[in-house]
Design a protein around this ligand. Structure first.
Ligand code: SAH
Length: 243
């Protein structure tokens, strides 16, 4: 199955952009995922092809018109989730990315200016997604981030299928620190355990490092991880064995 991405945007020329190179680009050429864009302006209904207007109630900037957005969205066939990039949306997570990557694809609506007329969210089934607590000038960069995260999980895109599983966030923990040759560099050596060839020891070391890093760097993630462990019986068993 391929992952079909449709981007609804005022700037279709931004795609595939960085997704046209490296692993994602090769996978695109190989047909493992597909990309098409919908130009919102093509669905304007007036002579001047207006897509936005001034905010009701006053204030700075322009707001994207609900009628034009709806026409653009309705031009896309059904069967895939519709996601809108918005700063107030649900923060994007690896879990959501993984679920999307396992599905048929996504339709991604990109905002510009001050954003969308609120009524579009009432009138259409749209999931709002944020890529972080900062403001971009448009949703296109967010769409690229979302798609990049999904595409690398599509079967056949990444080199070794297993290389995704240890990655940060997949287990609810950050990844352990990585090293490679040379064994000694500027007087610093690779931790002895990683050169021991003792896979059980290596695995234990990595788990410990991942836990310590998560606790220190991302107490929010750690708390959630601990909460999940206490609730799940298999997690509780693992805990007893560790300690
Ligand atoms: N007035 C809005 C910001 C508009 S920014 C507000 O204060 O919330 C213009 C567009 O950029 C948005 O419509 C959205 O599509 C996109 N955007 C900006 N920041 C984003 C973020 N953190 N995550 C996802 N999309 C974002």
């Amino acid at each position: 199955m391929t992952f079909a991405a449709t981007i609804v945007t005022l700037y279709p020329e931004m795609f595939p952009g960085p997704l046209g190179i490296s692993l994602a680009g090769r996978a695109l050429r190989e047909g493992r995922w597909s990309l098409d864009t919908v130009q919102i302006r093509d669905f304007a209904i007036d002579r001047h092809r207006t897509v936005d207007d001034t905010p009701a109630g006053g204030g700075a900037g322009m707001v994207l018109r609900a009628d034009v957005l709806a026409a653009a969205l309705d031009s896309v066939g059904p069967g895939r989730p519709v996601l809108a990039m918005t700063p107030r949306g649900a923060p994007l997570t690896q879990a959501r990315v993984r679920a999307l990557a396992a599905g048929p694809g996504a339709v991604v609506l990109c905002g510009r200016f001050e954003g969308f007329d609120e009524r579009i969210f009432e009138a259409r089934e749209i999931e709002e997604v944020s890529i972080g607590d900062y403001i971009l000038s448009g949703g296109e960069m967010g769409a690229l981030v979302l798609l990049d995260a999904c595409i690398r999980l599509v079967p056949g895109v990444m080199g070794a299928p297993s290389s995704g599983m240890d990655e940060s966030f997949e287990t609810g923990l950050l990844e352990y620190p990585q090293y490679t040759r040379p064994v000694e560099w500027e007087g610093r050596t690779i931790p002895e355990v990683l050169r021991s060839g003792d896979h059980a020891r290596i695995e234990a070391w990595r788990r410990r490092q991942a836990e310590t890093d998560t606790r220190l760097r991302r107490p929010d993630l750690w708390e959630r991880h601990e909460g999940a462990r206490v609730q799940s019986p298999s997690g509780a068993q693992r805990r007893t064995r560790d300690e």
